[in-house]
Design a protein around this ligand. Structure first.
Ligand code: BGC
Length: 246
């Protein structure tokens, strides 16, 4: 199968596109619909169904969601409605769309795409990928093998007095009007902890903000090699599509 639909459920938008799996690129324009508020399972699934119908699609469907997902069951809900916790998301999405659905954590699927087509391609050892957006997604691959459902955005750093992501997500830079230097200093503190705890060989920084990497990457001073993601905002959709057929 050459073209597969990938959908990325985000805190502010739900996005989908047909993905060319050979190239790891969109084969169509991306469709984005505002995430319904509150982002309850019912409301979100209705939006996903609209995207599937827009593409007139009935094949295997990959969906990323900002939650821990185990065996198709959603186990956490940081930036979506708490009604998702314990919800059989994969089964209900399949029922509503008629597609064979694979539901996984949004950062995990973005990581899969980045390892297959982007900055992590052909890289062994410990590779960590972080997506900086509404929340902070975290992914780790050991010799190309994914360790699913890491939640390092919720690492608690005492001096921050709350979850790390509420201090250094891309959303916080906007909300607090931080300069690149101020935000970069927060990233540096966070990634120095990550570096000390995991000793990764490579850290890949993704999320929409990674297209402005030259404004902040130099503030991150760690032992690991640090590079921007190559697929950026497309990674979530591309990786969801890849995961649907692998
Ligand atoms: C969620 C993660 C998610 C990340 C990025 C965090 O708040 O807990 O599951 O991967 O945001 O969306």
């Amino acid at each position: 199968m050459k073209h597969v639909l990938g959908i990325d459920i985000g805190g502010s938008g739900i996005k989908g596109a047909m993905v060319d799996l050979k190239k790891g690129q969109f084969a169509t324009d991306r469709l984005r619909i505002e995430t319904p508020q509150p982002a309850t399972p019912k409301a979100v699934i209705k939006t996903v169904k609209k995207i599937v119908e827009h593409f007139d699609y009935s094949g295997p469907l990959g969906v990323g969601i900002p939650s821990v997902v185990q065996n198709g069951i959603v186990k956490s809900a940081a930036n979506i409605d708490k009604g998702w916790i314990g919800y059989p998301g994969q089964k209900e999405l399949a029922k509503s769309t008629g597609c064979d659905v694979t539901l996984l954590n949004d950062a995990d699927v973005a990581g899969v795409a980045e390892m297959k087509y982007g900055a992590g391609k052909d890289r062994n050892g410990a590779v960590m990928i972080f997506t900086l957006g509404t929340g902070v997604g975290s992914v780790m691959f050991i010799d190309g093998k994914l360790i699913p459902n890491l939640e390092l955005g919720h690492m608690y750093l005492q001096y921050m007095k709350h979850d790390a992501e509420d201090h250094m997500a891309s959303r916080i830079r906007d909300e607090e009007g931080l300069s690149w230097k101020e935000w970069g200093a927060r990233l540096n503190t966070y990634f120095q902890h990550i570096d000390a705890l995991f000793s990764p060989d490579l850290i890949i920084i993704g999320g929409g903000v990674s297209k402005k990497h030259e404004k902040f990457l130099h503030h991150i001073d760690v032992n690991a090699e640090v590079v921007p993601a190559q697929l950026r905002n497309e990674a979530g959709i591309v990786g969801a599509a890849v995961s649907a057929v692998s």
